[in-house]
Design a protein around this ligand. Structure first.
Ligand code: GMT
Length: 374
C-alpha cells in the first residue's frame, strides 16, 4: 500500500508512534509518505520506501494567523496525486483529521477517492479537542473519518463521553519495538551518573502542567531523604524553570540532572531504576511503556489509560492523582529492597512485550485493508 502519514513531528508521543509505525510499515513493503511541517524527530532513516514531504506555510502579513490547515490540505492533495497515495493515516484530530477531510473532498471532485484513518492520541480529545472552540470541528472530523482508532480503551470512552460520535472507534494500543530496548545493563554508562549505592529515578515528558512536574520533584525529594538517589529529568517545556527553581530551593541541585530534549532515551533508561509519572491526564503513557521495555518499573498515577499499560503490582504501582505520599511509599517499597527491585524490573520488561510492535502494526494493516475494501 502507499500510505500518507500526517503527524506532529516534534517530541511527543503521537509523533513518535506515527514515525515508528511508518518505519515498521515500510519494512513490510508499504510505501510511506510523511507529510508534516518538519522532519519527524525519530525519522532518521529516509529510504527507498520512506519519503518526507514538507508542508510550507508562506508568511503573509495580511494574515494574523497563518492558515496551516489550508496549506496541509493542499499539500495532501498534491502528494496523493503525485505519488498515487492510496490512504491517509492522520495522527491527532486537530487539525490533521480536519485537513485530511478537506483534501479528501477536493480529490473526490477530481474523481480520486482516498480513505482517511484517524488516530486519537489524547490531548486532541481530553484537553484541547473538547474545548467549545474546537468541539464541532473535532466531532465532524471524527465522524467523517473512514476509520477511527484510539490508543487506549480509556481514551475511547472519553471520546464517546465528550463528543457525539456516530463512528466506530477501534482501540489500537501504542507499541514499542522491543528489540531496540534489549541493551544489557552492563553496557550502560551508569557509573557516570550515580554512585553504585544510589538509585536512579527518571522522568521523561514535555514538561506541560498536565505532567505535574512539581510532584516529580516533591516525590523525589522525599525519596532521597530516605535512600541515596538521583533524579534524571528528561525533556523540556513550560514547567521546566519552575522545576529547576524548586530543586534549587530544596538544595538538591547535586542530585538532579536536567537533560533537556534528548534523542537518547534508551541510553538514559538503561541505567534507570524507577520511572515516575504523576500525570493528571494520560491517554496511554508511551513514556512509561518505553521505560518498562528497558526493564524500568513505573510509579505513576492511575489517570486515563495508564493503568492499561502499567500493571499495578507487576510492572509498577499506581496511585490516585495528587497522592504524593502514596507515590513516595510506592517508590520506596520498590527501591529499598534489591530483590523486590530486581523482580519489578523483570516484570516491567515482560509486561512491555505485550505491546510489541509486530502484533500492533498488524492491527493497523487490518484497518487499512478494511477501509480500502481489500
Ligand atoms: O503527553 C503529551 O503531552 C504528548 C501527547 C501527544 O500528543 O504526543 O501525548 C499523548 O499521546 C501519546 C501517544 O499516543 C500518549 O502516550 C500520551 O499519553 C498522550 N498524552 C496525554 O493524554 C496527556
Amino acid at each position: 500500500m502507499k500510505i500518507g502519514i500526517v503527524c506532529y513531528p516534534t517530541f511527543g508521543g503521537s509523533g513518535v508512534v506515527a514515525t515508528e509505525l511508518g518505519l515498521e510499515l515500510s519494512k513490510r513493503d508499504h510505501e510511506i509518505h510523511f507529510i508534516t511541517y518538519s522532519q519527524p524527530v525519530r525519522l532518521d532513516l529516509l529510504g527507498s520506501k520512506v519519503y518526507y514531504h514538507q508542508v510550507n506555510v508562506p508568511e503573509y502579513p495580511l494574515f494574523l494567523y497563518q492558515p496551516y490547515e489550508l496549506a496541509l490540505s493542499s499539500k495532501l492533495v498534491d502528494m496523493v496525486k503525485l505519488h498515487d497515495i492510496e490512504l491517509l493515516h492522520v495522527h491527532y484530530a486537530i487539525p490533521h483529521a480536519y485537513a485530511a477531510y478537506m483534501a479528501q473532498q477536493m480529490l473526490l471532485d477530481e474523481g480520486i477517492s482516498i480513505p482517511i484513518v484517524t488516530t486519537l492520541h489524547g490531548t486532541d480529545i481530553t484537553l484541547v479537542g473538547s474545548h467549545p472552540f474546537y468541539k464541532p470541528a473535532v466531532t465532524f472530523s471524527i465522524n467523517k473519518s473512514n476509520a477511527v482508532t484510539s490508543v487506549s480503551e480509556s481514551l475511547k470512552q472519553d471520546t464517546l463521553r465528550l463528543f457525539d460520535i456516530k463512528n466506530q472507534i477501534d482501540v489500537v494500543p501504542n507499541f514499542i519495538d522491543i528489540n531496540k530496548y534489549q541493551a544489557e545493563y552492563t553496557e550502560c554508562k551508569r557509573h557516570m551518573m550515580a554512585e553504585p549505592k544510589e538509585r536512579i529515578i527518571t522522568h521523561i515528558s514535555n514538561f506541560r502542567p498536565v505532567k505535574r512536574i512539581n510532584e516529580v520533584v516533591e516525590i523525589f525529594n522525599k525519596i532521597q531523604q530516605q535512600i541515596p538517589a538521583k533524579l534524571m529529568m528528561v525533556g523540556d517545556g513550560p514547567e521546566r524553570l519552575m522545576a529547576e527553581t524548586m530543586v534549587a530551593e530544596m538544595g538538591i541541585d547535586d542530585k538532579v540532572i536536567f537533560f533537556g530534549k534528548s534523542n537518547e532515551i534508551d541510553k538514559i533508561l538503561c541505567f534507570s531504576d524507577l520511572f515516575l509519572l504523576p500525570s493528571e491526564a494520560e491517554s496511554f503513557g508511551l513514556a512509561a511503556l518505553e521505560a518498562m521495555a528497558s526493564g524500568v518499573p513505573v510509579v505513576s498515577t492511575n489517570a486515563g489509560g495508564i493503568s492499561e499499560v502499567n500493571a499495578h503490582g507487576v510492572s509498577g504501582l499506581l496511585s490516585n492523582i495528587g497522592d504524593v505520599n502514596d507515590m513516595v511509599n510506592n517508590a520506596l517499597s520498590i527501591l529499598k529492597d534489591e530483590r523486590v527491585l530486581a523482580k519489578y524490573k523483570v516484570n516491567a520488561s515482560n509486561e512491555a512485550k505485550k505491546f510489541n510492535i509486530f502484533s500492533i502494526v498488524e492491527k493497523y494493516e487490518a484497518i487499512y485493508k478494511r477501509v480500502l475494501n481489500c
